[in-house]
Ligand binder design. Structure first.
Ligand SMILES: [Zn+2]
Length: 373
C-alpha cells in the first residue's frame, strides 16, 4: 500500500519517497495523485537539486596575461558572507570585445599595483561592458571553485576578508549597464551565492560601507532588482509549492507537446508533435543555457518555472495553443487556434475550479503545473 496516500494499488519506492519529501519540503498529505508520482529534476538528492546555476565562463588571470602578484595573495581560510558591487568609473566604451575585456583587466591590475602599491588587482572579479567575466586577483577563481575559501582583497575597507568584490566596467551614475553586462552580473552573483551559500539579499553596493559614488546612482538603485533576479535564478525567489512533472527524452504525449509549444512561443524552432526526441532535447539544452540552468535537456521544476509564461484573455500564439491543447486532451471541447478568447477563459476557469485553484481565468505557474501534472 502507498504510504503516502493509502492507495492499495501502488507503492512508492523508498528512495523516491525520501527524495520527493526532502526535495519538495512537503508533508505526505500534500502530495496528491500518488499514482502519478511526479519525478524531480533529475532523480537526485535534494541538496544536489539546489545546484541550479551552471558555472558561467570566467577568464582566469592567465587568460588575460596578468602579471604575477608582487607577493603571494593571502587566503582567509573561510567563505565570504556577501558580495559587493562596484563600477570602475571608466568611460562607457562601446567596445564589447574580449580583447577590450582583457586590456581592461591588465589596465586595472597595472593601476592597482603601480599607482596604489597593492600586491595585485584589488577586486576579485571584473565584468566588462561586453559581459566578459574575468578573474582579477590571483586565486579568486580557484577559491570560488573550492566553495570553502577566499582571497583577501583590496576593494572595500573593512570588507576585504569577508566580501567578494566585483568591478563592473563603466560609470553608472546616470545610465545603467548594458543588458549583456547586467545579465552576466546576475548569473555570476547567483553562481557565487550558490558556491558559498550566500543569500541573495547579501549583495551590496560599495557605498553601503564607505563614502563613495560607487557603484553609481543608477546601478546602486538597481541592486534590489539584482537581488530579486539572483533569487529567481537560485530558485529561492518563490516557495516551491508547485509540483512539476519531469519531462525528458524519450517521453511522448501532451506534456511533451506543452514543452514544445512553450519553446516555440519563445522563438525556438521545434515541432509540437508530442515526441521528445534528440531535436527537442537540444532545444531544451539551448533554452536552459540561456537561463543559466544546467543544460541537461531534462525539463524538471527549474526548467518548467523558467519556461512557462502567463497567458490570459487577449493573448495569442503558441503558449495559448499549449493551454488549449492540454484542455482538449483533458476532454474540454475547445479549438486549438492559439487565440485566448472568452471560451478559452471559461474553460480555464472550469479547470482551475476542478483543481482547487482560484478561478481567475489566468494561466500562471500554478495553473501550468496542474495542466501538466
Ligand atoms: Zn567601488
Amino acid at each position: 500500500m502507498c504510504e503516502l496516500c493509502g492507495d492499495a494499488n501502488h507503492q512508492v519506492p523508498v528512495s523516491r519517497r525520501s527524495v520527493l519529501l526532502a526535495g519538495l519540503g512537503l508533508g505526505a498529505g500534500v502530495l496528491v495523485g500518488c499514482n502519478q508520482i511526479p519525478t524531480l529534476e533529475p532523480d537526485v538528492p535534494a541538496t544536489l537539486e539546489l545546484q541550479a546555476v551552471a558555472a558561467p565562463s570566467i577568464a582566469g588571470t592567465s587568460a588575460w596575461n596578468a602579471r604575477p602578484s608582487s607577493s603571494p595573495v593571502v587566503l582567509t581560510g573561510a567563505k565570504p558572507d556577501k558580495i559587493i558591487v562596484h563600477h570602475t568609473n571608466d568611460q562607457n566604451t562601446t567596445d564589447y570585445s574580449q580583447t577590450r575585456a582583457y586590456t581592461l583587466a591588465r589596465n586595472i591590475q597595472n593601476f592597482h599595483m603601480d599607482s596604489n602599491g597593492w600586491i595585485d588587482s584589488g577586486q576579485h572579479f571584473t565584468i566588462s561592458r561586453g559581459g566578459f567575466i574575468l578573474e582579477a586577483r590571483h586565486r579568486s577563481l580557484e577559491t570560488l571553485n573550492s566553495q570553502a575559501n577566499m582571497v583577501s582583497g583590496a576593494h572595500c575597507p573593512g570588507q576585504n576578508d569577508i566580501a567578494i568584490g566585483i568591478e563592473n566596467e563603466g560609470t553608472y551614475m546616470t545610465t545603467l549597464p548594458p543588458q549583456a553586462q547586467y545579465d552576466q552580473l546576475v548569473t555570476f552573483c547567483a553562481f557565487i551565492c550558490q558556491q558559498y551559500g550566500i543569500a541573495s539579499d547579501r549583495i551590496y553596493g560599495h557605498r553601503d560601507f564607505i563614502a563613495t559614488d560607487c557603484p553609481g546612482d543608477m546601478l546602486y538603485a538597481k541592486l534590489g532588482q539584482l537581488r530579486r533576479d539572483v533569487a529567481t535564478k537560485l530558485g529561492t525567489g518563490n516557495t516551491i509549492s508547485r509540483v512539476w512533472v519531469t519531462t525528458k527524452k524519450p517521453d511522448t504525449g501532451e506534456r511533451v507537446r506543452t514543452v514544445q509549444y512553450l519553446l516555440k512561443s519563445r522563438g525556438y524552432a521545434v515541432t509540437a508533435d508530442g515526441v521528445f526526441g534528440t531535436g527537442t532535447e537540444n532545444v531544451v539544452k539551448s533554452f536552459q543555457t540561456s537561463k543559466g540552468l544546467t543544460a541537461d535537456g531534462i525539463v524538471g521544476r527549474y526548467s518548467w518555472e523558467s519556461l512557462v509564461v502567463n497567458v490570459q484573455s487577449g493573448a495569442n500564439g503558441d503558449a495559448v495553443r499549449a493551454v488549449q491543447s492540454q484542455l482538449k486532451a483533458r476532454g474540454y471541447a475547445i479549438t486549438v487556434d492559439g487565440a485566448f478568447g472568452t471560451g478559452t477563459a471559461n474553460m480555464v476557469k472550469s479547470f482551475q475550479t476542478s483543481k482547487g485553484l482560484t478561478a481567475d481565468g489566468i494561466v500562471g505557474p500554478d495553473t501550468w503545473a496542474k495542466l501538466t501534472s
